[in-house]
Design a binder for this molecule. Structure first.
Ligand code: GLV
Length: 326
């Protein structure tokens, strides 16, 4: 029987499913193992169900000679060195598709919260500062009929775009490859160049995967091109935005606000974030609904079962490694 590790607490249903197939070593705690603990628990394993907080790199792989598959319970996989996996003959998988709507929902939650000062106003009420209704108090920005810009128009970007119809917004996007005319019509979205996207968006939502190419895709130069009334929403990955440049832009009111679920070096945020009254901050909870987390972990389990049974895992990221080299 193959041996696997589940690197974090998941649902009992996921554990039960995997126990039908494998000898399971379960880290039943919702906190990451240290890299050293991970290496030692993985040393005799054939597969692992991981979370985005676990770093899977060449050094770890070298310490795990039996490992054949790494199944991330996340769509993003920048925690996994895919080339190192391929070189080591280890399959890697992710969980695309099942979290699109949940993540699109939180992009909208942050967009609306940023536009209408929801987090700061809530804090103000709770701390007893509300002295009476004001005609000019807490004036925000209209979302309806504004221009929504989306950078990165994959499945989640498209789900964000589709939701804009109810707000009767104009939707523009920029992507490496243009969507088909049919997809554009479904999303009611127009493809524009990056400069137009930056210049014309009232709300700019980032939906790119993180990679060396998308590192600091939004920095001081890009923020300078945005409208002073614009809001930036990032539910993709920390590192796509240059956080120091964003903090400076928010402090100087070069843009109006930001809704952020992901940060460079999270969970250790730049402390200047805490002093901003024009940023809404959430702790990387984009896919965090019970139903979606269950689907993600079950999909990661499906991938693990397929891979170790000699079938092609449904979400294989490195098809070069179809037959594990060891
Ligand atoms: C979560 O961050 C994911 O990539 O699924």
């Amino acid at each position: 029987m193959h041996k696997i590790l589940i690197s974090r607490e998941v649902y009992p249903e996921v554990l039960a499913r995997l126990e039908q197939h494998f000898e399971v070593d379960y880290h039943a705690v919702d906190a990451p193992l240290t890299p050293k603990q991970l290496a030692s628990r993985l040393a005799d394993k054939d597969g692992v169900l991981t979370m985005p907080t676990e770093r899977i790199d060449a050094a770890l792989l070298a310490a795990c000679p039996r490992l054949k598959v790494v199944c991330n319970s996340a769509v993003g996989y920048n925690n996994i060195d895919l080339d190192a996996c391929t070189r080591a003959g280890v399959m890697a998988t992710n969980t695309p598709g099942v979290l699109d709507d949940t993540t699109a929902d939180i992009a909208w939650a942050l967009l609306l919260a940023s536009a209408r000062h929801i987090a700061a106003a809530d804090q103000w009420v709770r701390t007893g500062q509300w002295g009476g209704w004001k005609f000019k108090g807490w004036l925000g920005q209209d979302v309806h009929h504004a221009t929504l810009g989306i950078l990165g128009m994959g499945r989640i970007g498209q789900a964000v775009a589709r939701r804009a119809a109810g707000f009767e917004m104009r939707v523009i996007y920029h992507n490496r490859t243009r969507l088909s005319a049919q997809r554009e019509a479904e999303c009611r979205a127009t493809c524009v160049d990056r400069a137009t996207l930056l210049r014309e968006s009232d709300f700019l939502v980032l939906m790119l995967p993180y990679s060396p190419e998308s590192h600091h895709a939004i920095g001081a130069a890009e923020l300078a091109q945005m409208k002073p009334t614009a809001h930036l929403i990032n539910v993709a990955r920390g590192g796509i935005v240059d956080d120091a440049a964003l903090i400076e832009a928010l402090q100087a009111r070069r843009i109006a606000g930001a809704g952020l679920d992901v940060f460079e070096g999270e969970p250790a945020l730049d402390p200047r974030f805490f002093t901003l009254d024009n940023a809404v901050l959430t702790p990387h909870i984009g896919s965090a609904s019970s139903a979606t987390r269950m689907k993600m972990a079950m999909l990661a389990a499906d991938n693990l079962i397929a891979a170790l049974n000699g079938d092609r895992p449904p979400n294989l990221l490195n098809p070069q490694v179809e037959k594990p080299a060891r």
